[in-house]
Design a protein around this ligand. Structure first.
Ligand code: PMP
Length: 389
């Protein structure tokens, strides 16, 4: 029986990591997997996390089970950062901790399905795991074009909302769109929020990169606007990028609904968690909670996040300053957001970058902007020019 299982394709990005590791060229550049890197090419543990882990080591006196909702102190402490202080609907929002943003998406979509959603509308391209999770939950997927000519395709999202059915939900990236880096403007969010409310369409919002675009407040505009406008929403949140906790798997799912119904809804969330992973891993979320409960650690964390964002802006500015590189217009990368950008290159050109220039990127043309440094960016621009001329 088990022997009948067909082999699944290997994860392309993980395969790329192996190829990169085996490449002996000293000037190789890794633009594949989506983790932040410093100007020295490192992905260090945040100083604020180290501080919180020290506290945790000194004060944590038990590792007994917490429960399917995880660390509720963590879930609560994040709220003012996500929704802002004084968010009008805050008493209609409850949440629970999840294993990373992936667990949060899984739980949000699972809850939507349990509530009667049969189809999910989403922009493409998207983070590949969105489609995989939806497929795994047997939900129908309808796609629309996320971007066109380097800008969001507002007509496409408007048409998708207009065509939505009664048991549809729409999945939207809150900020720092993966893989395009192309985000809705505040005006776009205003329009989308109004259309969602008119249509009565349930939003599933995915906020995995808050603080990596224009800052914690600015990056939350869309999520806050939508959640201030519609009656019900689901929000999947990741702390794995903005606290640098990737492998510790730190996330949360938030539900906004009728206040009286929240306990029943969250009991469904807890039941889904129990059936999936029982309870989320504690360590990273406890560290985040300790940061957010401590003014000095919070300031340190925000400062470290600021440094990340500033570095990515510098890289983007430098790309934009190059103007065009061969056939690629670099200017739009300057105003896009977050870790990612898409290069309009063919698979032959992407292969030539790897073979001839030791530059590794996803087969889709997605690059991790944080893989570029002031030391390798000129080589990168020249190489793109060479393969795309
Ligand atoms: N959503 C999006 C859009 C993402 O890009 C990612 C990470 N690549 C996630 C969710 C999940 O993040 P994690 O599970 O690592 O917290």
């Amino acid at each position: 029986m088990l022997a009948d299982l067909p082999a699944q394709p290997a994860d392309a990005l993980l395969a790329l990591i192996k190829l990169y590791a085996a490449d002996e060229r000293a000037d190789k550049i890794d633009l594949g997997v989506g983790v932040y890197r410093t100007g020295q090419g490192e992905t260090p543990v945040f100083g604020a996390i180290k501080g919180a882990e020290k506290k945790l080591y000194e004060t944590q006196d038990s590792k007994a089970y917490l429960g399917p909702e995880g660390d509720m102190g963590f879930v609560e402490a994040l709220k003012p950062h996500i929704f802002g202080t004084g968010f009008a609907a805050i008493d209609r929002i409850d949440g629970m901790q999840t294993p990373g943003g992936t667990g949060a998406v899984r739980l949000a979509v699972g809850l939507a399905k349990k509530a009667g959603i049969t189809r999910v509308i989403m922009g493409t391209p998207s983070w590949p795991n969105h489609a995989q999770i939806l497929k795994d939950l047997d939900l129908e997927v309808v796609t629309f074009n996320h971007a066109k000519d380097g800008a969001v395709d507002m007509n496409a999202v408007k048409a998708a909302i207009a065509d939505a059915g009664a048991t549809d939900a729409i999945l939207l990236h809150g900020c720092c769109h993966n893989p395009t880096g192309i985000d809705y403007s505040n005006d776009d969010w205003d329009a989308i929020a109004a259309l969602l409310a008119d249509k009565g369409l349930l939003p599933i919002l995915d906020l995995a990169y808050q603080g990596l675009g224009d800052g914690m407040e600015a990056d939350a505009y869309g999520v806050r606007k939508v959640m201030a406008t519609v009656p019900e929403a689901l929000l999947a949140y990741s702390c794995d990028k903005n606290f640098g906790l990737y492998r510790d798997r730190v996330g949360a799912v938030y539900v906004m609904a009728d206040k009286d119904q929240l306990p029943a809804i969250m009991s469904n969330g807890a039941a889904l968690a129990r059936a999936n992973w029982s309870m989320p891993p504690d360590h990273g979320a406890a560290a985040v909670r300790l940061i957010l409960e401590d003014e000095a650690l919070t300031a340190q964390w925000l400062d470290e996040l600021d440094q990340m964002r500033t570095r990515m802006r510098q890289v983007r500015d430098k790309l934009a300053a190059a103007g065009t590189a061969g056939g690629v217009d670099m200017v739009p990368y300057g105003t896009q957001n977050g870790l990612f950008a898409m290069l309009p290159l063919s698979s032959e050109q992407i292969l030539a970058l790897r073979n001839d220039h030791a530059i590794y990127m996803a087969g889709s043309g997605r690059i991790n902007v944080a893989g570029l440094t002031m030391g390798n960016i000129d080589k990168f621009i020249d190489a793109v020019a060479a393969v795309s001329a």
